[in-house]
Design a binder for this molecule. Structure first.
Ligand SMILES: C[S@@+](CC[C@H](N)C(=O)[O-])C[C@H]1O[C@@H](n2cnc3c(N)ncnc32)[C@H](O)[C@@H]1O
Length: 376
């Protein structure tokens, strides 16, 4: 097994330095820079340009940190900066324009689209192998903070939750799902993507609410109130033992379904693998156990067959299965596509987590797990 030694980081300072004012703090930014820029130094020809894919540009915190690391190492760098959110794409455009032109300098190439569309970008056609890729999953604080995007429990807004906003006009919104799915499908969705223990009770409450005199659910507050009433006085804790709003898990489930997050992640990893040079690292930062399980399975070359998913999404998952899994005979071992990296600095574990100083500065870092797969 590959084992990578990563030093102890002062990620708190790095996060502060990389965040644009009033925006999103990048998680484990020093580790990301060390793995994507630092680790390349020994293996590339001196002076050659590092090519990286930031599949989730967001507010650009990680990309900025990567540019800084390359500048400190006097290495030219190109970051392909992708996001499905047009607001993030505009920010990547602004960053690109702010960089001084010149062949020795840093370049940012903004790309607008979903992970599953990575192969469609003309800018990536003919790129001769990239040196590393980053997927920082979930939402940006900037998306969460904007009530009209419909992600936040704490601010009332339309039940939208499309990461690409109105640009993704053919994706269902959260309102489409809560007002359109049968109670059974809603319960399956809440259970599979939210690990919600009261899935059936909450699904029934949603159906009763939308069929009543007040009509369909339109806003985040209406949904949150409906779910809170259904849970009643039962107290809720999150996985870290902190008290949580009764709607937290349902909101997570809806967001995953609206954005087709797991299928997107699977196809993103597949397409990133095609772009990476042999031996190059793909980094994934995940923020809940469902996401992390999927990433670990992919990087450990394990089957995805028994992953639980609601009927409406099952077909899409099935398409990801290898044809061998349909044979009755024991299938041949899966192809070895990735090598899951172990970290000396985390007692040989196969992931990194943020330290207490970074968590104190940026609570979002608390649940983050960084996994690295090397392309075989
Ligand atoms: C946590 S934020 C990234 C933050 C960024 N690393 C930074 O430091 O500012 C995740 C971003 O990924 C984008 N995203 C999530 N899923 C995506 C997908 N399937 N395709 C493209 N972008 C996606 C979201 O729109 C969001 O802007």
């Amino acid at each position: 097994p590959v084992s990578i030694r990563v030093l102890q980081f002062s990620s708190q300072a790095a996060a502060a330095a990389s965040a644009a004012p009033g925006s999103h703090s990048p998680v484990l930014a020093d580790a990301v820079a060390e793995l994507l820029v630092g680790a390349c130094q020994g293996t590339r020809r001196p002076g050659s340009r590092i090519l990286l894919l930031d599949a989730t540009f967001g507010a650009g915190g990680h990309t900025r940190r990567l540019l800084r690391a390359a500048s400190e190492a006097s290495t030219p760098i190109t970051v392909y900066a992708n996001d499905r959110d047009p607001a993030a794409y505009r920010l990547a455009g602004q960053l690109s324009e702010s960089l001084p032109p010149g062949s020795d300098s840093a370049t940012v190439v903004p790309l607008l689209g979903k992970f599953s569309q990575l192969a469609e970008h003309a800018e990536l056609t003919g790129v001769e192998g990239i040196d590393g890729a980053l997927f920082d999953l979930g939402l940006c604080s900037t998306q969460l903070d904007e009530a009209r995007r419909g992600f936040a429990l704490s601010a009332d807004g339309p039940l939208d939750m499309r990461m690409g906003g109105p640009a993704e006009a053919d994706s269902p919104t959260a309102a489409d799902l809560v007002n359109g799915l049968e109670a059974g499908d809603l319960a399956a969705l809440f259970r599979a993507y939210g690990e919600e223990p009261m899935a059936r009770r909450l699904a029934r409450a949603v159906v009763e609410r939308r069929s009543g005199p007040r009509g369909p659910l339109r806003t985040t507050k209406q949904l949150a109130d409906c779910l809170a009433d259904a849970v009643g006085s039962a107290r809720r804790k999150d996985s870290l033992g902190r008290s949580a709003h009764p709607a937290t898990r349902v909101f997570q489930a809806l967001r995953i379904a609206v954005n087709n997050e797991f299928i997107e992640l699977l196809s993103g990893l597949q397409l990133a693998r095609q772009l990476l040079k042999p031996g190059a690292p793909c980094l994934v930062l995940s923020f809940h156990s469902l996401e992390d399980r999927l990433v670990k399975r992919v990087f450990a070359n394990r089957s995805l067959d028994d992953l639980c998913c609601p009927a409406a999404w099952a077909d899409a998952f099935k398409r990801q299965r290898s044809p061998q899994s349909l044979h009755a005979e024991p299938p041949p071992p899966p192809p070895q596509l990735w090598q899951l990296v172990r970290f000396d600095s985390n007692r040989g574990e196969d992931y990194l987590m943020a330290g207490p100083a970074e968590v104190a500065e940026n609570p979002r870092a608390r649940s983050a797990r960084l996994r690295v797969g090397l392309k075989l």
